[in-house]
Design a protein around this ligand. Sequence first.
Ligand code: URA
Length: 199
Amino acid sequence: MTDNRTELMRKIKEEIIVLKESPLYEERIKNKVFPVIGEGSHHAKIMFVGEAPGKNEAETGRPFCGASGRILDELLASAEMNRTEVYVTNIVKDRPPSNRDPFPDEIAVYGPFLDRQIDIIQPQVIATLGRFAMAYIMEKFNLTHELKSISQMHGKKFEAGASYGKVHIIPLYHPAVAVYNANSKDELKKDFQILREFK
Ligand code: URA
């Protein structure tokens, strides 16, 4: 039996598939790739929000399935977690060409879908991966006054009020920073241990 959350997520997927007003829609059709909606438990306590799909993600329709995804799996394992118990998504659901940073108009088009996903899953923790997700979530929850550079914010815990109750926001570095830099992987691993208390 599909529960209501699955039904609501499916509706989001159907809307994004035909989202012609997105500046990334034509590119997706031209490249014959997929939007990436998100994956994991619809009852997750912890929701990870990345930036936007890369090449592997757009080809498969799955979030974090390339080099950054392997790091994410390692980080989750270091906190004794796996993908089936969390939910992983991005702000922007279609791949920006050449993996460039998302533009503000792209964030504006896809942001409301992420907002709906948060309201569906009702996570206790939103762990942001990278500066774009951090900025979007901090602003969404009226914490703009706390916003600093990611090197000052990573691993800190902020409390906010969501439509469904209390939520903790934990900004984290993007796993991509650890692909070539072992020091940042150690730092990411350390930050991930904070998530243990919410399992
Ligand atoms: N980077 C992201 O921000 N998201 C993905 O899904 C993959 C790489």
